[in-house]
Ligand binder design. Structure first.
Ligand code: ATP
Ligand code: MG
Length: 169
């Protein structure tokens, strides 16, 4: 399964609704510094449910809304090759924000989104995406820390966690 399309609306530098199709195989996004390449990856992480603003290179989640826009919402829709669409929308309010998740257009709990992703081996907080700076960080890690990443990618970490939970009971 792969991502077939992204629709980015008022998220970060994407002031206008932008549709980005992904063909099968290898995709390269190129452009000058500051043109929004990393923002595209941020938009995917946002839609998949990353909850920390820092993980999306923002101070606060409301900073994800295009700063030049009068609109109070940002929205990203990720379409997958099996036809599933995952949407996340954030709405700024006078006291903070609301965050909404939709699965195929139906308002859903984040747990439903995570369950769908997990069935396909996608972990929003995992190493499906290697962020800018991660490579240097991985190089500087201890052997033990690096091993944890390999375990996670290989799918072993999940069983370690379950074993630890079972032992604790
Ligand atoms: P580099 O090649 O340096 O990695 P890049 O193409 O990855 O650059 P991004 O980090 O995706 O660039 O984009 C940075 C730009 O996004 C900055 O100009 C920043 O002002 C803009 N930006 C970030 N958040 C917002 C926002 N909420 N509203 C408008 N613009 C934003
Ligand atoms: Mg970048």
């Amino acid at each position: 399964m792969h991502i077939t399309q992204l629709e980015i609306d008022n998220f970060k530098s994407f002031a206008r609704k932008t549709r980005i199709p992904f063909e099968t195989g290898f995709t390269v996004i190129s452009g000058p510094n500051g043109s929004g390449k990393s923002n595209i990856l941020d938009s995917i992480l946002f839609a998949l449910g990353i909850t920390s603003a820092r993980g999306l290179r923002a101070e606060r989640l409301t900073d994800l809304i295009n700063s030049g826009s009068a609109k109070n919402t940002a929205e990203v829709i990720v379409s997958f090759s099996d036809g599933t669409r995952i949407t996340r929308r954030i709405k700024r309010t006078p006291n903070g924000y609301y965050s909404y998740h939709y699965l195929n257009g139906r308002l859903s709990k984040q747990s439903e989104i995570l369950a769908f992703l997990s069935r396909h081996g996608i972990k929003p907080h995992g190493y499906n995406i290697v962020m800018q700076g991660d490579v240097a960080r991985i190089m500087e890690m201890s052997d033990g820390e690096r091993r944890k990443i390999v375990d996670e990618i290989a799918g072993v970490a999940e069983f370690d966690l379950k074993r630890d939970q079972a032992m604790a009971e």
